[in-house]
Ligand binder design. Sequence first.
Ligand code: COS
Length: 384
Amino acid sequence: MADRTFLSWPFFEDRHRDLASRLEVWAAANLPVDHADVDAACIDLVRRLGEAGWLTHAGSEAGEALDVRTLCLIRETLARHDGLADFAFAMQGLGMGAVSLFGTPEQRNWLSRTRGGSAIAGFALTEPGSGSDVANTATTATRIADGFRLDGEKTYISNGGIADIYVLFARTGEAPGAKGLSAFLVPAATAGFEVVERIDVMAPHPLARLKLENAVVPESALIGKAGDGFKIAMAVLDVFRSTVGAAALGFARRALDEALTRVSARKINGAALSELQMVQGHLADMALEIDAAALLVYRAAWVKDQGAARISREAAMAKLHATEAAQRVIDLAVQLHGGDGVRKGSVVESLYREIRALRIYEGASDVQRVVIARALLAETKGNL
Ligand code: COS
């Protein structure tokens, strides 16, 4: 059983502790699910997470602030039990993040469906020609009578192929670069919107390349103001990057659990592996990485929940450290499992594959370093 002592940290309130206990019971009874058909598994997970009420935390229907500590606790717990369950939960939040933060009452109607599990959400930002460099978004949104015409391609879009609704970023051209982008709510059923390629990755989940050709959306699809798309994307990522760190934390805690069980049971030269000091050294390093990651993740979440307008630096630190640390922790867990660690289907083997993408999506590790350094330099400039 993973370490739960962190729940007594002052970052949390009793409602968080209560939620973590209830979710633990639910997750133990419902997870993991069979991953053989990831589309079917995700659709079913969204429905069940919705029915159980967990998805209500992934969106804000009435405009109240998202509770980032709750998002992190849910992601950490689900990831510890089943990476696909974490994915299903997280995408309902990220996909609808812009609507939770900036949506009109009409746009928020979608939230009642994504929070109930009857609609699936996607976040369409990345393009074949722009990933880290969001300011280079090439998909265009051209003003026409009563709305916009969307043309372009999006790729590596999670839930692509199964989502009912996407928040999609396109160039409206108010200014060059970052200041000329806007965010739109685009139903999958929009004429001219097509899923052109399904993408298979090392830890499979629904993922696709999307094409928009003469896809017309009404004026009411615009989220926030025209030209604010980049800031909207960054504000959403500010909230959800800490939660990626939380998912990594869940994977790392599971890896340490598996490693502890393994080294306690496995004998070498007549004694348990755990009696070797070199093994104990690895266990200590793993626990240290995990606690440091947890402190950064819940620090970022707590700061946001206290009402901070921007937590770019804290969120970047949480995501950067937690994902990189989890990779190291999981690698050690595989090592401590010997040959069994690389066997297909073993828990640590699947963790080894699942953690990798977290160091890339929602801002690769090097993007997080850029965000942290820029914040430091801006503070220094302000103090000179
Ligand atoms: N909240 C609100 N506004 C923000 C912001 C945030 N978190 N971050 C930046 N902005 C604002 C800036 O203040 C700036 O506005 P002003 O000129 O009015 O001050 C504007 O947005 C442009 O910011 P910046 O100059 O930093 O933009 P860059 O193009 O240099 O981009 C990075 C910076 C690289 C950090 C950004 O593009 C990024 O995060 N890239 C990764 C994207 C990503 O996560 N992709 C994965 C897709 S989701 S799976």
